[in-house]
Design a protein. Structure first.
Length: 323
């Protein structure tokens, strides 16, 4: 597994890193919006974590709200087989306001970091993210939130501080105030504002680590759906209209065929180019890939890097598609 320096953290992490949102199982938020994943199996998930460690996938990412702690708890069950000090472990806080009426109340952050440490069975998180950039009117809650994360770092409960959001421009807006060690933006070949938002320029100027999430749009970009997909209650993919759009699915199948022809000699002629296109311009960046079972881990471990020209070809292939 190729590794890279995660920016100013100085830590070497796997270019293909492990996202554990799918471990959450079916779930809805307090507003009734699906935020989980159906089809999860705990035993396969545990086997996948062990296989990931064996394959050199050493950066694992979770969050307090993934299954309301279920994802963290599952990770916490593998330390008898996987040495804790061989995994760069990240979690997040922010999407549950608790009883405080707004996101990022310092008391809630304190409660949640303690809960995450207990769930994960660890004494310290290598990386702790603010999970989104909604800090209230005029960012009223930002200073207290980042102040507490810095305090947690001083206490030894958190090693590095991260900042995440679905919208790259929101990260750019508060990046200087937060001064994160790592940022986690949404990026894939069908939805890419990493450059146009100015975030890439800021990251390069500040030597910040990057972890791109949803790099294959929850599996949609693999072009494997022959018909509109059906998902169970509590599955986040119910929020993604493209899964039910026959025309979009047909176009994605065409693009899959183009990748298979162009990269026929690769072990992963579809997955590899989709991920490699995101990493070619991000020297301090990795991608977080949701891996549910050992077979998916093996596929991720077989991904090869792309040349600059190959990555440009892939980006051009998807330039007319926004999903």
């Amino acid at each position: 597994m190729r590794t890279l320096r995660l920016g100013k953290t100085g830590v070497e992490v796997s270019a293909i890193s492990y996202g554990t949102w799918p471990f959450s199982g079916p779930n809805t938020n307090p507003a009734g919006v699906p935020v989980g994943w159906t089809g999860h199996d705990d035993q396969l998930g545990l086997a996948a974590l062990r296989a990931a460690h064996a394959a050199g996938i050493n950066h694992w990412d979770t969050a307090d709200v993934y299954g309301d702690g279920r994802s963290e708890q599952l990770i916490g069950r593998v330390w008898g087989d996987v040495p804790r000090d061989e995994v760069f472990l990240a979690s997040k806080v922010g999407w549950d306001p608790g009883e405080f009426g707004h996101y990022y109340h310092p008391q809630l952050i304190r409660q949640r970091v303690e809960r995450s440490l207990k769930n994960l069975g660890v004494e310290r998180l290598d990386l702790y993210y603010l999970h989104h950039c909604d800090f209230g009117p005029n960012d009223a809650y930002l200073d207290d939130a980042i102040g507490l994360l810095r305090q947690l770092r001083d206490e030894g409960k958190v090693r590095f501080i991260g900042l995440s959001d679905w919208d790259a421009s929101k990260i750019v807006r508060v990046a200087d105030r937060v001064d994160p060690d790592v940022i986690q933006p949404y990026r894939n070949v069908g939805a890419d504002d990493y450059v146009s938002s100015g975030l890439k320029e800021w990251v390069d100027a500040h030597d910040v680590g990057v972890a791109f999430f949803s790099p294959i749009r929850h599996g949609l970009l693999l072009g494997k759906y022959e018909a509109p997909a059906q998902f169970g209650e509590g599955d986040f993919r119910l929020n993604v209209d493209a899964f039910r759009d026959a025309d979009t699915l047909a176009r994605l199948r065409e693009k899959r065929a183009a990748l298979e022809e162009k990269f026929a000699g690769r072990a992963q002629p579809v997955l590899g180019p989709l991920l490699g296109a995101l990493l070619s311009d991000a020297p301090t960046g990795c991608v977080l890939l949701g891996l549910r079972n050992p077979d998916q881990v093996a596929a991720a471990a077989a991904v090869e890097p792309l040349s600059y020209d190959e990555a440009s070809w892939v980006r051009d292939l998807y330039a007319d598609l926004s999903v």
